[in-house]
Write a protein that binds this ligand. Structure first.
Ligand code: TRP
Ligand code: SF4
Length: 400
């Protein structure tokens, strides 16, 4: 029940560009082959900051899913869904809000940072303060073990871990926990029970993390135990109560080094992007008119690639041989800037071609995308409802 599961979300607040591709999507595409993956459109998260421009969200949701598919996210391998179509996220968010100290939310660094950064918006709302808790609900509801995120999101994962711990601490207690846990150990069979005890002792007495990990994987393999017994056995390893929600790990996505058209990081706010499926003519034009080393005014002036944004793109797209050609040609005025840009134009177009082709399939038949999402939402709801059953029961609101 606690086998590896990857979950990540993206806010639909505008169209995706090559920075998203190199930073996030390539990583998702790789992970879908190695793990069970869930990827979702965080439309409620988008509303926390874009509550006054709902058109942006509505338009971006479907474009974004097409972008994911274009980038190679494979619906046969990963479950793709929309947050608001799985209303259980909202229920868990509400229930977790009962045990979330205000101070914890106020201290999450993104709270003040974003308010300062987006000062033109009024972000002193209840919804925005709760942003990290909604994210916790997203993660905990699937009992995700790994969450690929950028560095700025690490505090949100840490916050999620604290919420899970607090939840388990409050609701994982039950009368006679130890006896029940020991009874569950017996059900493992004598050999595995002995191993479980040994590993548990090694962890509790010597802080041996490897023993803890082995014990957890021993439990992952158990198929015949009841859900409640597994929660007890996981909880008994580390503490004195059931483990109802499991703590996720952040899986740090290396910061995108993708440079934009002006040499700064590619970002919508710098207006220096190439969008994921931008048409060929526009891509060529954008690169052809990119600024170069400002000291190289005439063709006969020598240049310095280190002072040129085009060189940053060569570092992403060109092989060693081409890079040497640039270095030498630029420093000796042997090549012109238009000439220098051509291999970059060719490489970007080549990278985008399969993406544009895959996207075309979905643009021609939008029902395909709707169906992928409908399937994904259904799968997600099924997983979410299992956790909700346990959560409601733990909180004493499962009447039946
Ligand atoms: N906050 C994330 C971001 O801005 C998006 C997000 C929402 C998310 N819920 C999530 C990411 C759950 C990972 C897991 O990028
Ligand atoms: Fe930049 Fe290339 Fe021109 Fe040199 S030759 S300034 S690296 S575009």
């Amino acid at each position: 029940m606690f086998a590896d599961r990857v979950l990540s979300g993206m806010r639909p607040t505008g169209s995706l560009h090559l920075g998203h591709y190199h930073g996030v999507l390539k990583n998702w595409v790789q992970m879908q082959n190695e793990y069970e993956c869930l990827f979702f459109v965080a439309d409620w998260h988008a509303l926390t900051t874009h509550y006054d421009t709902p058109q942006v969200i509505e338009q971006s949701v479907w474009d974004m899913v097409v972008d994911w598919l274009a980038a190679g996210v494979n619906p046969a391998r990963a479950t793709l869904f929309i947050q608001s179509r799985v209303p259980e996220h909202a229920e868990l968010h509400l229930l977790l809000s009962m045990i979330t100290p205000l101070g914890w939310l106020e201290r999450v660094p993104t709270y003040k940072d974003q308010q300062e950064k987006l000062s033109e918006k009024d972000l002193s709302t209840y919804g925005f303060l709760g942003y990290p808790l909604l994210q916790s609900a997203d993660i905990l509801i699937y009992r995700a073990t790994q969450v690929p995120v950028g560095e700025d999101q690490v505090p949100h994962i840490e916050f999620t871990r604290e919420i899970a711990r607090r939840f388990n601490h409050i609701y994982g207690r039950e009368a006679g926990f130890e006896e029940k846990a020991e009874a569950a150990v017996k059900k493992l069979g004598s050999k595995k029970a002995k191993l479980y005890h040994e590993l548990r002792t090694r962890f509790q007495e010597q802080g041996d993390d490897a023993a803890l990990a082995s014990a957890k994987s021993l439990l992952d393999e158990q198929q015949s135990l009841s859900h409640g017994d597994l929660e007890r056995l996981f909880g008994y390893l580390e503490g004195g109560g059931k483990m109802i929600l499991s703590e996720p790990q952040a899986m740090l996505t290396a910061a995108s080094k993708m440079p934009g058209l002006d040499g700064q990081k590619m970002s919508k706010s710098y207006n220096n992007t190439i969008s994921l499926r931008e048409d060929e003519a526009s891509v060529s034009k954008k690169i052809r008119t990119m600024p170069t080393d400002p000291a190289r005014i005439r063709r006969s002036d020598v240049g310095n690639p280190d002072k040129c944004p085009v060189w940053q793109l060569h570092k992403v797209y060109s092989n060693e041989q081409t890079r040497q050609w640039v270095m030498q040609g630029c420093k000796s005025a042997g090549i012109g800037c238009i000439e220098c840009k051509q291999p970059v134009i060719d490489a970007v177009l080549a990278e985008q071609r399969p993406m544009r082709e895959r996207a075309q399939l979905y643009l021609d038949d939008p029902a395909l995308v709707r169906n992928i999402i409908a399937d994904g939402c259904e799968k997600a709801r099924k997983l979410a409802s299992e956790t909700m059953r346990d959560v409601r029961e733990a909180m004493g609101i499962s009447y039946g």
